[in-house]
Design a protein around this ligand. Structure first.
Ligand SMILES: Nc1ncnc2c1ncn2[C@@H]1O[C@H](COP(=O)(O)OP(=O)(O)O)[C@@H](O)[C@H]1O
Ligand SMILES: [Mg+2]
Length: 393
């Protein structure tokens, strides 16, 4: 997969930019706050229809303008495609592929697979479970279109279930001072719509079980692949001293096979009073996590900062390998200001592992040796929303 060229109009600090990219290596250097990450963000937008640093698309439109535009020519499966995204200042987006409107994000997701590595990712081991779930959701949504669908359905059902649970919770707060032994029946005299709500909870729990089952199955499979690939990479980086294992930890009783969904449903059903007590859904893949072990020890608790960063690097490289296996094509890799966060050995290891991937690297400055390692590429300089091609090296 390749990003061939890009046009930006009123996107962040780019008034008007047209740029052809190198098939292999694009090195984008510039001082702080000149527009390096903004360019990476535009490429990311082409792949995901959203930014990686804001949920509010309105921020992407240049200050004071009514709309902004990102138009990208890409090649995937040997076919050239154009993705055109117009963002209005109210945050609405209009996406076209080859001139035809796209209404579902799934239609966009598998056109070009982009993996981003930024300094934030280096903290993934120490970060909250939510960050690790976002990581896994992002990757699976791109590589498994069905995952995105089931995840969306799960999220819808979860939102509606939580709304009902919150309703109970508010009644409880008003009615009881000691709510310890609260149950559905206790609430009933005060809640006229109890019967309706119980029925709806049941509907949502069914949907959560059906879609949640698939989510957990996909994630477990992905975690196993990660464990295998990242383990191998970690082994290489550490000269065989560090054995990495990755495990998906679910909050639910999960078994694969035909009863899997029913078992999940029953669990949600039996957990209902606890959910009501808490005012939100306490079980399900939205509460799950990924765990990392180095030589059998929990890396979140016992790993050094250096080890945690090496795991993060191994994870990214593993993602690339997995994308290749699943897609039969190399993904595009975006390295946003992350090289300078790694020591020289790690930088050179990274560069040596990604020979056949189209690469976008941003940095305030780059080490000479690393530039030599990156033989064959194009150097761009960013200054205040303009980009000039400096050199082919
Ligand atoms: N919507 C916007 N309109 C105009 N300028 C913006 C907008 N959003 C961000 N900027 C500007 O973009 C610059 C930051 O760009 P960024 O790509 O994050 O910098 P860096 O080169 O450090 O990665 C800042 O000067 C900021 O004011
Ligand atoms: Mg930046």
């Amino acid at each position: 997969m390749k990003i061939n060229s890009i046009i930006l109009e009123n996107f962040r600090n780019y008034k008007n930019l047209e740029l052809d990219f190198d098939d292999s290596r694009n090195i984008i250097v510039g001082e702080n706050a000149q527009g390096k990450t903004n360019l990476i963000e535009a490429i990311y937008l082409t792949a995901f229809a959203r930014s990686f640093r804001t949920n509010n698309s309105a921020e992407l439109v240049m200050f004071g303008e009514d709309s902004g535009r990102v138009s990208t020519d890409i090649t995937s499966e040997d076919i050239e495609k154009n993705i055109n995204i117009v963002i209005r200042s109210d945050g609405k987006k209009m996406i076209k592929k080859d001139g035809k409107a796209i209404r579902k994000t799934t239609e966009l997701l598998n056109n070009v697979v982009v993996i981003i590595f930024s300094p934030d990712d280096l903290r993934i081991i120490k970060d909250s479970p939510e960050k690790r779930r976002t990581f896994i959701n992002r990757e699976l949504s791109q590589m498994r279109p069905r995952y995105y669908e089931v995840f969306r359905r799960y999220s819808d059902a979860l939102r509606q279930k939580n709304a009902i649970l919150k309703g109970y919770f508010n009644i409880k707060k008003k009615t009881f001072t000691r709510a310890d032994n609260l149950s559905l029946n206790d609430i009933s005299p005060y809640d006229n719509s109890r019967q309706y709500n119980v029925e709806m909870l049941d509907v949502f729990d069914r949907q959560l079980a059906d879609n949640g089952y698939e989510i957990i199955r996909y994630r477990k499979e992905f975690a196993e692949m990660l464990s295998q690939e990242a383990g191998e990479i970690m082994n290489k980086i550490s000269g065989g001293r560090e054995e990495l294992r990755i495990e998906y930890k679910t909050s639910c009783d999960f078994i694969t096979g035909t009863e899997g969904r029913d078992i999940l449903y029953k669990q949600f059903y039996h957990n209902r009073e606890k959910d009501i007590y808490n005012g939100y859904a306490t079980l399900g893949p939205h509460r799950d996590d990924i765990e990392f072990y180095i030589n059998g020890k929990d890396a979140k608790k016992y790993g050094s900062q250096g080890q945690q960063r090496t795991i993060a690097l191994s994870l990214k490289l593993a993602e690339i390998r997995i994308a290749r296996q699943i897609l039969d094509e190399s993904p595009v890799l975006l390295l946003d200001d992350v090289l300078s966060e790694l020591d020289l050995d790690r930088q050179r290891f990274l560069v040596s592992e990604i020979d056949d991937v189209q690469l976008f690297i941003t940095s305030a400055e780059l080490n000479e040796d690393v530039i030599k390692d990156l033989r064959g590429g194009t150097l761009f300089r960013v200054e205040n929303g303009t980009i000039t091609r400096v050199d082919k090296y």
